[in-house]
Design a protein around this ligand. Structure first.
Ligand SMILES: [Fe+2]
Ligand SMILES: [Fe+2]
Length: 292
């Protein structure tokens, strides 16, 4: 692992992707892996829009110029991530897979359950903001984990996975690795309570597992090419062993790392690898050329 890279200001890369040539099962012959990863397109548009809304409320509380700059860069990156995943959904509809029933639930989850409640100003409102900042730090532990995983998931290439989808996942994953310290540092700066870290980790982990397995089941059940599409834990475990999904053991081992009092996200992933991917990514390099 290498994280010795000098600090680079975070910038949003305004990528765009053309989905015309991407098949329904973009991991050839493997609808389960395809749809398990497709759940990202269901969760991230609403989830990352929620990150942005919460962080805009947190900005005035930041008393450190460098951290404020990082949070602004983070907001810019997450806004593009949310949009890029959202733009996959019309393509799925064209292929006969309408995600609206599921995304409506996800929107409710982030906008209503985790949204701005009508709390009185002062302590209750601050408590709810800190709670959500801590939830985002826990979720970002997993986005960095997944980003690091997908950057190294060579088995997806060997199985002929669609290169445009892989570029979306790896551009996003690389930016998750690039900005992986921001959410935790913001949480530490505003609060840092260990009890809150543990409590919000448990909430975030439970919600992610629940939403993910529901999303995978939803896609498998509604895939127009499958007559009896199911998604089981055994399928997930087996694909993890094959290297086309994250390994169950790796995911379990990441839990005590986040809950360690010595945790810092810089110990996870590899910044140089992420930046090297971004320097070669077709979408990110095209975005650079357009911005120049
Ligand atoms: Fe993201
Ligand atoms: Fe992120």
């Amino acid at each position: 692992m290498s994280n010795t890279q000098a600090r680079v200001p975070l910038k949003a890369r305004h990528v765009s992707f053309s989905w015309d040539g991407t098949p329904l099962h973009w991991v050839p012959g493997d609808p389960f892996t395809t749809h398990t990863i497709n759940v990202l397109h269901l969760l991230l548009p609403a989830g990352e829009r929620w990150f942005v809304r919460v962080y805009k409320q947190a900005l005035p509380l930041i008393r450190d110029d460098r951290l404020r700059e990082d949070v602004i860069g983070f907001i810019g990156q997450e806004a593009v991530h949310s949009q890029a995943h959202d733009e996959v959904l019309p393509h799925l509809r064209e292929l006969g897979l309408d995600p609206t029933p599921y995304t409506a639930q996800v929107d409710w989850f982030f906008e209503k359950l985790l949204g701005d409640r009508t709390l009185p100003p002062g302590r209750p409102r601050r408590w709810w903001l800190l709670e959500r900042v801590a939830l985002i730090a826990a979720i970002e532990h997993y986005t960095a984990f997944l980003g690091n995983w997908v950057l190294n998931a060579g088995e997806l290439d060997r199985r002929g996975a669609d290169p445009v989808m892989l570029d979306l996942l790896r551009w996003h994953g690389a930016e998750e690795v690039e900005h992986r310290s921001v959410a935790f540092e913001l949480f530490e700066h505003l609060d840092g309570s260990y009890r809150r870290r543990v409590r919000t980790w448990a909430t975030a982990f439970t919600a992610l597992v629940f939403l993910w397995q529901r999303g995978a089941r939803f896609f498998m059940a509604n895939d127009p090419t499958l007559t009896d599409g199911r998604a089981t834990f055994r399928d997930f475990y087996d694909r993890g062993r094959q290297g086309v999904l994250p390994g169950t053991g790796d995911m379990l081992r990441s839990i005590p790392r986040y809950l360690s009092r010595a945790y810092h996200p810089s110990q996870e992933g590899d910044t140089e690898q992420a930046l090297a991917y971004l320097a070669a990514s077709p979408a990110a390099t095209a975005a650079e050329r357009r911005a120049a």
